[in-house]
Design a binder for this molecule. Structure first.
Ligand SMILES: *Cc1c(COP(=O)(O)O)cnc(C)c1O
Length: 449
């Protein structure tokens, strides 16, 4: 049991008489999920907008566990949990600039369900099913559709690709939600991955501890512990999601040796507030979950109403860094549309830089200078065994990257042009006169031609 106490056993009045054995059984929770106007009306009075969305054709799948819907205050149409899982009319309005596969994951898939975008790690989509469905889902193009789920043959192809690709040392299981897989299937998946020697770590991305903490049984934790080193990222967006049930599930996972991180999404009306975020990250570290990423909401069709300006994310990080434990501060990232990967964004603490002195500001706005060393004797790559035998050579991975293996500098006079090109990945070529190749250790001077 978690040593930290949070609100426990919240149940909507509809579930008052459900026996504990049923309520605490993840199978009962899954088979009693809510998804129709009639279901919802038994728990909360729907707004016009929600009713309209629920009656629309082609709506992204809706399903909410009794446990999770019970965390909503039924009187509040703006409840932060409600906004995440109950569809609103804005969802069915097409929004220009939105994309089906905004991160171009399908283009980076050497085999179906495997996204290989970074040199040493892959994303493996193992199911399209979730315990409940987030209205801003970045993979709503495939998630929720039981017909689109990955087949045994595709799984064998994924394994074959991993066996033949020794630079992959980190496999990130996602989907859908890997913890919704049948327990036997999940264990088979983990044991088959563990047979591949070059796979050093396995990661699971899951919102099951949040939607369905009942699934995180001691039995599941014992099984996961057989496949270490195994890490897990959960997905909590608002402090109201941190209940005693979640705290206990996280306690079981960490005691099984699974380090926990959190990935949250910055969502308009839900958590676009530094006070909410500070409470969220502080409560997360209390349950031993390390905030990992705060994502800018992706350009997904049907999720336009969740988007915030990027400045809001930077303002939140500004309000966390220095103001609270460093452990509690996530990295704010924009996943670049078109497949550029995650790009970290930070408030600027470097005010200016010259050869021997840099000017910095701290979290309170206090300005300070830092003297650079006059003499610097760097380590010698010629005698360094790590430099002599790098594990991943640039370009070895065969993945198309933003820079195609070369560090490039865009000349300032072409910034406007880049802005005007709009979203997507822009491939830079060494022979393109607008881009200047940058050698390692080179310093760029803005006034240089
Ligand atoms: C996010 C992501 C990863 C993992 O990135 P980390 O920064 O290592 O957490 C890997 N592959 C893809 C395609 C991703 O989107």
């Amino acid at each position: 049991m978690s040593p930290v106490k949070f609100k426990a056993n919240q149940r909507a009045p509809l579930y008052r008489d459900v026996p504990d054995e049923k309520w605490n059984d993840w199978r009962w929770q899954l088979s009693n999920r809510l998804n129709t106007v009639e279901d919802f009306e038994k728990v909360l009075p729907l707004t016009e907008s929600e009713r309209k969305a629920l009656n629309a054709q082609g709506l992204f799948r809706v399903d909410i566990t009794p446990y999770f819907i019970s965390l909503i205050n039924p009187e509040d149409p703006h409840d932060p949990i409600r906004l995440q899982v109950v569809p609103r009319a804005e969802e069915i309005v097409p929004f220009t600039g939105m994309m089906e596969d905004s991160l171009a994951e399908d283009r980076h898939s050497p085999v179906p369900g495997l996204v290989h975008r970074y040199p040493d790690r892959v994303l493996m989509l193992v199911t399209t099913q979730c315990a409940s469905y987030c209205r801003y889902c970045t993979r709503s193009r495939i998630v929720g559709d039981p017909g689109a789920t990955f087949s045994r043959a595709e799984f064998e192809m994924q394994l074959e690709y991993l066996r033949r690709t020794p630079q992959v040392r980190d496999v990130l299981l996602s989907g859908g939600d890997p913890l919704t897989l049948a327990p036997k299937l999940l264990e088979e998946l983990l044991s088959r991955l563990r047979e591949i020697e070059h796979i050093e770590i396995i990661r699971i991305g899951s919102r099951v501890p949040v939607f369905l903490p009942q699934r995180v049984t001691q039995e599941l934790c014992d099984m996961l512990a057989r496949y270490h080193p195994l890490w897990m990222n959960i997905h909590v967006n608002h402090p109201n999601e941190i209940t005693q049930e979640l705290a206990d599930a996280c306690d079981r996972l960490t005691r099984a040796g699974v380090p926990l991180g959190n990935q949250s999404v910055l969502l308009a009306g839900v958590n676009d507030c530094v006070h909410i975020q500070r409470r969220l990250v502080q409560d997360l570290v209390r349950i031993r979950v390390r905030p990992y990423y705060l994502y800018q909401c992706d350009l997904v069709e049907g999720a336009g109403h969740f988007r915030t300006p990027v400045a809001k994310g930077i303002e939140i990080i500004e309000g966390l860094r220095g103001h609270t434990s460093g452990y509690a501060v996530p990295t704010y990232v924009v996943d670049a549309p078109g497949g550029g990967g995650k790009i970290p964004l930070m408030p600027n603490y470097l005010v200016s830089m010259s050869d021997h002195k840099i000017v910095l500001r701290n979290y309170e706005g206090f300005i300070t200078t830092y003297e650079e060393p006059i003499e610097y004797h760097p380590h010698d790559p010629k005698t360094c065994p790590y430099c002599q035998n790098p594990r991943v050579e640039p370009g070895q991975s065969g993945i198309t990257g933003l820079l195609e293996g070369e560090a490039m500098f865009i000349k300032p006079e072409h910034f406007d042009e880049l802005h005007n090109r709009g979203g997507g990945v822009h491939r830079l070529r060494a022979n393109d006169e607008k881009w200047k190749p940058l050698g390692i250790g080179d310093v760029h001077h803005p006034d240089e031609p």
